[in-house]
Design a protein around this ligand. Sequence first.
Ligand code: MN
Length: 198
Amino acid sequence: MLIIMTHEMPKLPYANNALEPVISQHTIDFHYGKHLQTYINNINNIIPGTEYENKDLTAIVASAPDGAIFNNAGQVLNHTLYFLQFSPKPVHKEAVGKLAEAIKHDFGSFDNFKKEFTAASVGLFGSGWTWLSADKDGKLHITKEANGSNPVRSGLIPLLGFDVWEHAYYLDYQNRRADHINALWSIIDWDAVGNRMK
Ligand code: MN
C-alpha cells in the first residue's frame, strides 16, 4: 500500500482578522499564509526518499539531526501549535483545571508563571520560541528554543508557545517585542492549551 504522509496547513479556528488588534490580519496573512505555508512546502519537498517520509511530525522533530528536515519540521510543529492556541474571545483569562493546578504547584501562582514566561520571551536572543511544556511526570518547564526547535527534542510535551521571530510581530509592533508578548496573553485559548496536557 502506498502511504502518503503529506504535511498540511492547520485550519484556523478563527477568521484571519479576528485576533486584531493583538495580531493583525496583515500579520496572519504573512505569518500563517506565507511563512507557515513555506515550511510545509519545504518539508513535503525534502522528505520523500528519506527515512522521515512516513514518520509523523513529532517523531521527525524529536529525532532528525540538525539540518533542513529538522528546521522545517520543527517550524511546522511550532506554528501548528501556535496558531491553534489562540481565540479572539477566550472563555478563561488564565489556565484552568489540571494545568492551573500544575502551574500553581510549579511556579507558585499564575501571575508568577506569566512573569517568568514573559521574561523568557522578551529575553530570548535572536530568533526562537519560548515554550511551556510538561514532562512525563506532569512537571512543567519553561524553555527557550533557538530557531525552529521544539521541546519534543528533550522528550517534553509542548503546551504553550510564543514565537519571538521578528516575522511574528514586526508588521504590527516593529521592535517592540515586549508589547507584543504582553498583548498575546489576552488571546490565549486556555482550554486548547490545557487539553495538550493529556
Ligand atoms: Mn513564526
